[in-house]
Write a protein of this length. Structure first.
Length: 381
């Protein structure tokens, strides 16, 4: 199979990830819950993973990184732990449901004031519109880094600069950029960074993380065993324990650690360059196909390796089905859990066929995919 669903989850993973998960699964204890060598060794895997993530994102203190199930989990912890009644939050019309749904729940159930800044039909945002949306009670700007529908990059460094100037905190959803695009929480003025383990960080599903700047103390939305302060019946207030109740996914986090090490060894700039070249090749190939509709900026400098298309009046699900069954090409069709983004693009009724290009894809695979699209499109002439 030719796999172009990396925007959903990356495949394949580096061999070192598979090997580490298997090795740790066969030898791990419960980290932080025992004094025997297996438990201690498991705790080391967790700490090593925090430190690797800190190196990748320029985070100073590894204790400010918590492990979660995925980006959705991270965003819920950040939003529901930070915002309270009367607070105002600004977001964009390109958000994934993992951002907009908890924000809508906070708006409806807890009286949080929400402004959704409209993006243009290619998914770009005008930072002046963000500035105009700021109110006296604005506490948070919460935005996606790159669209999971079009790949469009939002200017997070500039947005973060506005937030910093105005004394507002900045939360970034890095679901499509963590691991394939340089992120520096200091230079980008990021106060909270939510990221998945299973996409471009090459970890397994069920892993993710959240960075929280040391000036922020979140309310807990889950309490329980932490392996620390066990004599007390109240949740400990120290990080990361206060936000990591329950036994962690030690084998998964160990695999994520190896995924991040792989990225750092290859070089994130090299990964970005490879995906950019493949994205450019795909866009150039698709643009020559009759009856094709290509969404977004159509510029690999302004997007990550996520490209959405449609073919004339053919249902997106049908195109994706043909690609899978006839050409053995994996894509994703539909609304991609991003109704606001599709409303912005004008594709809410039909969705799109999404190609998620990853580090392990090749030029030959790109060419095979564009030829398959050409053949399908030709049948509609």
């Amino acid at each position: 199979m030719i796999y172009f669903d990396n925007a959903a989850t990356s495949y394949p993973k580096p061999d070192v990830v598979y090997d580490e998960i298997d090795r740790v699964m066969r030898s791990c204890g419960n980290p932080g819950r025992g004094s025997h060598k297996m438990a201690i060794e498991s705790g080391k895997y967790i700490l090593d993973a925090r430190q690797e993530i800190c190196q990748l994102f320029n985070i100073k203190n590894p204790m400010r990184v918590i492990f979660t199930l995925n980006t959705t989990d991270s965003l819920n912890i950040a939003l529901k732990g930070f915002l309270k009644s009367g607070d105002h939050v600004i977001t964009s019309s390109m958000e994934h449901n993992s951002m907009i749904r908890p924000l809508m729940a906070l708006k409806d159930n807890q009286g949080v004031d929400l402004t959704i800044v409209d993006c243009d039909p290619m998914g770009n945002i005008d930072i002046e519109d963000i500035r105009k949306a700021i109110k006296s009670n604005t506490k948070l700007i919460a935005m996606i880094h790159a669209s999971n529908v079009t790949g469009t990059l939002l200017p997070i460094r500039e947005i973060g600069r506005i937030a910093r100037e105005m004394g507002i905190y900045f939360l970034v959803d890095a679901a499509q950029t963590a691991g394939n695009y340089p992120i520096d929480v200091e230079k980008d003025n990021i106060d909270m960074l939510a990221f998945p383990g299973h996409k471009s960080l090459f970890g397994p599903q069920g892993t993710g993380g959240l960075y929280i700047r040391d000036t922020i103390k979140l309310k807990t939305i889950k309490e329980g065993g932490t392996g620390s302060n066990s004599e007390k019946i109240y949740q400990p207030g120290m990080m990361p324990d206060m936000l990591e109740s329950g036994t962690p996914n030690t084998p998964g986090i160990a695999g994520l650690k190896e995924g991040v090490k792989f990225i750092r060894n290859v070089g994130i700039e090299n990964i970005r360059q490879h995906e950019k070249e493949l994205t450019e090749r795909f866009i150039e190939g698709v643009e020559e196909i009759p009856n094709i509709i290509l969404y977004g900026n159509k510029d690999p400098e302004k997007q990550v390796g996520v490209v959405s298309v449609n073919i004339k009046d053919i249902d997106s699900g049908e195109v994706s089905y043909i690609l899978d069954k006839v050409y053995d090409i994996a894509t994703r069709s539909g609304l991609h859990c991003s109704s606001l983004a599709h409303k912005t693009l004008g594709t809410l009724k039909r969705g799109t066929v999404r190609f998620g290009i990853g580090y392990f894809n090749t030029k030959d695979e790109i060419d095979i995919a564009t030829k398959a699209l050409y053949t399908i499109a030709k049948q509609t002439l």
